[in-house]
Design a protein around this ligand. Structure first.
Ligand code: NAD
Ligand code: TDX
Length: 340
C-alpha cells in the first residue's frame, strides 16, 4: 500500500489525477490537500469523498505547520504538486499570490519531504516556462533543454518553482521529477480558461471574447492523457529529469472557438474580438519525444474526439458550470471583460 499526497486535487487536472489513481491504482491511498480557492468547485470531489482510499485536507500549501502536520500523520511515499494559481490573466492583474503559492508553497512541500523522507516529489509544470515560438516557424518545438524564457508572472512563478525543485535535487538530493505539459482541456476546467469560458458564454448567447485576432496557437492535450503521463513519470521516469508532455495538437484560438460554436449550433456572430492579453504568447508547441521513448507514454484521445467529449460533458453538467459562475466569478468577469 502506497500513500500518495496530491496537492490541488480539487482543481481541474489534480482531480482527474485522483480519479485515475482511485480507478487504476486501487491499492494506493490518495491524500488530497487543497485550500479550495475560487478555482475549486467543492462539488468536483463529491464522488471521491465516498471512497475509503481517499482523504481530503482543506489546507493551504503556504501553511508550513498545516502541511508538516499532514506529513506527520499520513507519511506519504509520493507527493505530486498540482496546487497553483493557474490563470495567466489573473497573474497579470495580481502577481503576488502567484509567487506565494507557486514558489513558496512548493518550497514548503519540499521542506516537508526532506524532513519526513519520500520516494518521489513530482512537480507539475507547464510548457509556458519556455516562452513562446513565432507563428511563422512551424518547424520549431519546445524540448526539455529549451532555455527558460518566461512572459507572464504566472509562467515566471512556475519556472521559478521548477528551478527550486532542481536545486533541492542537486543540493539536498531530494528525489524529484518535473513534467511540463501543454494546454489541457476536458471536464471540470474552471470557466475562466478558453474552452469552458467559450462554451459557457455560447450557452448563454453572450459574446465570445477572442483576444487580438485569435491567431495565437496552443497545443491541446486531453486532461486524462496528461494524468497518465504524470503516472508514467512516477513509475518509469528517472529522478532529476524533466519530461515534456504534449499531443502535437496545435490549433489557433479562433479555430477552437468556431468548433465550439458549430458543435453547439450557435452563430459565429457571437465572436467578438477584444483587446489582446498583455505580453500574449504567440505559439506553444511541445516535443514529447523523450516521454514517448523513455516512458512509452503517448496520448490516446485525438483532439477531434476529445473536444466533442468535453463539450458534451459541459452540456450535461450545466449545474456545475452555474456553481462556478456565481458569486466571485461575476465580479471577475466584469473586471476582466467589462471595458475590453
Ligand atoms: P486549477 O486552477 O484548476 O486548480 C488548482 C487547484 O489548486 C485548485 O483546486 C485550488 O484550490 C488549488 N490551490 C490553489 N492555491 C492553493 C494553495 N495555496 N494551497 C492549496 N491548494 C491550492 O489548475 P489546473 O489547470 O488544474 O492546473 C494544475 C497544475 O497543472 C498547475 O500547477 C498548473 O500550473 C499546471 N498546468 C496546467 C495546465 C492547464 O492547461 N490547465 C497545463 C500545464 C500545467
Ligand atoms: O477569454 C479568452 N479569450 C482568449 O482569446 C481567454 C480566457 C483566453 N483567450 C486566449 C488566450 C490564449 O491564447 O486563448 C488561449 C488560451 O488561454 P487560456 O485558457 O487562458 O490558457 P493559456 O494562457 O494558454 O494557459 C494555459 O495553458 C498552460 C493554462 O491556463 C495554464 O495553467 C497552463 O500552464
Amino acid at each position: 500500500m502506497k500513500t500518495i499526497l496530491v496537492t490541488g486535487g480539487a482543481g481541474f487536472i489534480g482531480n482527474c489525477f485522483c480519479k485515475l489513481l482511485l480507478k487504476e491504482r486501487p491499492e494506493w491511498k490518495v491524500v488530497n490537500v487543497d485550500s479550495l480557492t475560487y478555482a475549486a468547485n467543492p462539488s468536483t470531489i463529491k464522488e471521491e469523498l465516498k471512497n475509503p482510499n481517499y482523504v481530503f485536507y482543506k489546507t493551504d500549501i503556504r501553511d508550513r505547520e498545516g502541511i508538516f502536520n499532514i506529513f506527520e500523520k499520513e507519511h506519504p511515499n509520493i507527493v505530486v504538486n498540482f496546487a497553483a494559481e493557474s490563470h495567466v490573466d489573473r497573474s497579470i492583474e495580481n502577481p503576488g499570490i502567484f509567487l506565494e503559492t507557486n514558489i513558496l508553497g512548493t518550497q514548503i512541500l519540499m521542506d516537508a519531504c526532506r524532513k519526513y523522507g519520500i520516494e518521489r516529489f513530482h512537480q507539475v509544470g507547464t510548457d509556458e516556462v519556455y516562452g513562446d515560438l513565432p507563428l511563422d516557424r512551424p518547424d520549431l518545438f519546445f524540448h526539455e533543454d529549451t532555455p527558460i524564457h518566461t512572459s507572464s508572472p504566472y509562467s515566471t512563478s512556475k519556472a521559478s518553482a521548477d528551478l527550486l525543485v532542481l536545486a533541492y535535487h542537486r543540493t539536498y538530493e531530494l528525489p524529484v521529477t518535473i513534467s511540463r505539459c501543454s494546454n489541457n482541456y476536458g471536464p471540470y476546467q474552471f470557466p475562466e480558461k478558453l474552452i469552458p469560458l467559450m462554451i459557457n458564454n455560447a450557452n448563454h448567447d453572450k459574446p465570445l471574447p477572442v483576444y487580438g485576432e485569435g491567431l495565437n496557437v496552443r497545443d491541446w492535450l486531453y486532461v486524462e492523457d496528461h494524468c497518465r503521463g504524470i503516472l508514467s513519470v512516477l513509475e518509469k521516469g528517472r529522478v532529476g529529469e524533466i519530461y515534456n508532455l504534449g499531443g502535437h495538437n496545435e490549433k489557433a484560438n479562433i479555430e477552437i472557438v468556431k468548433i465550439i460554436l458549430k458543435e453547439l449550433g450557435k452563430p459565429e456572430s457571437l465572436i467578438t474580438y477584444v483587446t489582446d492579453r498583455k505580453g500574449h504568447d504567440q505559439r506553444y508547441a511541445i516535443d514529447p519525444a523523450k516521454a514517448m521513448a523513455e516512458l512509452g507514454w503517448q496520448p490516446t484521445i485525438m483532439f477531434k474526439d476529445g473536444i466533442k467529449l468535453t463539450i458534451k460533458w459541459y452540456q450535461e453538467h450545466k449545474d456545475w458550470l452555474d456553481e462556478c459562475t456565481s458569486g466571485e466569478y461575476l465580479k471577475y468577469y466584469k473586471k476582466m471583460y467589462g471595458d475590453r
